[in-house]
Ligand binder design. Structure first.
Ligand SMILES: C[S@@+](CC[C@H](N)C(=O)[O-])C[C@H]1O[C@@H](n2cnc3c(N)ncnc32)[C@H](O)[C@@H]1O
Length: 302
């Protein structure tokens, strides 16, 4: 089992290497993940003067979209990897979003005082933290009483053909070693209730989970393969084991399989994410919205 420092070092190297792919495929990735960002925003109950913290912001979402909703507030975008946050800052400038700042830090060791933020978001970051319980305790610590945490993770591989098609093709040429339990990988948090339990252990209440459907849309099967092989952490790592002829065979395999998803001149491959929301107890010690939420797979009701 790698130590937390080893996990952070390896994640830093992985994501620094993926940053160029994330910038190159920005619009395709943002279209695919947009519904999840919208669901997180819906779960957070954003108010125009909120101080918001976005964890594992990568190239900036959902933090930049949240900043647009806060004309009197601000968003702190954080990530372990400076190269990813540099892209986020470039995207912010390009879109005229000024009420943000960026801080390089690990989710499990936040350089912020207790009770600093009204809300915290984590889109597709949880799976990569060295210690998910410690990170959740940090999110709860920096939230103000009554503040909300909303995150997203991927559900099981079978419901995410947008990535499993590529991984199955890679497995025809490379040994794809199953990750050790509780070490970083895309599907580490896929079990229903996994993230809610972390929230509850960190003292958050009124937790709710709901699924969000996404669709990866590319112009062609060839473009599907190009973008997956340049930005998906699992795929990029596995392809490093394969020589060029092997890569060409994998590419042909993936393209042949994804053709099944081609319709009307576009490739549309589905996937499913899960959003999880929870609330920190308010100052009076009462639960602010007791009974207002259920775990019935619906977004939380305001
Ligand atoms: C899949 S990307 C998500 C980026 C963005 N939130 C989005 O949804 O587009 C995962 C991000 O987690 C970051 N990450 C990995 N380990 C981390 C850690 N220990 N603390 C903070 N961020 C981390 C990576 O650098 C990467 O930018």
């Amino acid at each position: 089992m790698p130590s937390p420092d080893e996990i952070r070092d390896s994640q830093r190297a992985t994501w620094a290497g993926l940053a160029a792919g994330w910038e190159k495929w920005d619009s395709v990735i943002m279209d695919q993940l947009g519904p999840v960002g919208a669901a997180i925003i819906e779960g957070l109950d954003i108010v125009e003067d909120h101080q918001h913290l976005d964890i594992a912001s990568g190239t900036g979402e959902p933090g930049l979209s949240i900043a647009r909703l806060l004309p009197k507030g601000r968003v702190v975008l954080t990530d372990l990897v400076a190269e990813m946050l540099e892209i986020a800052a470039r995207r912010a400038r390009a879109h005229g979003v000024a009420n943000i700042e960026t801080t390089v830090c690990s989710a499990d060791d936040l350089p912020f005082n207790d009770a600093t933020f009204d809300s915290v978001s984590v889109r597709f970051g949880y799976m990569f933290f060295p210690d998910v319980a410690k990170a959740t305790a940090e999110f709860a610590r920096v939230l103000k009483p009554g503040g909300r945490l909303c995150s997203s993770v991927w559900v099981k591989p079978e419901e995410n053909p947008w990535t499993t098609i590529a991984m199955q093709a890679i497995a025809t040429e490379a040994v794809v070693v199953p990750p050790a339990p509780d070490t970083p990988n895309m599907f580490r948090c896929a079990a229903p209730g996994y993230v809610s339990a972390l929230y509850e252990d960190a003292g958050l209440h009124d937790t709710a989970e709901w699924d969000v459907h996404v669709e990866l849309m590319t112009r062609s099967p060839e473009q599907y393969w190009e973008m997956i092989s340049e930005h998906v952490s699992l795929a990029v790592a596995a392809l490093q084991q394969v020589d060029e002829p092997g890569r060409q065979r994998i590419r042909a395999h993936a393209i042949a399989n994804v053709i099944n998803f081609e319709k009307n001149g576009k490739v549309r491959v589905p996937g499913v994410a899960r959003c999880i929301v929870g609330t920190k107890q308010d100052a009076s010690g009462t639960r602010p919205r007791d009974g207002a939420r259920s775990n019935a797979g619906q977004p939380p009701q305001p």
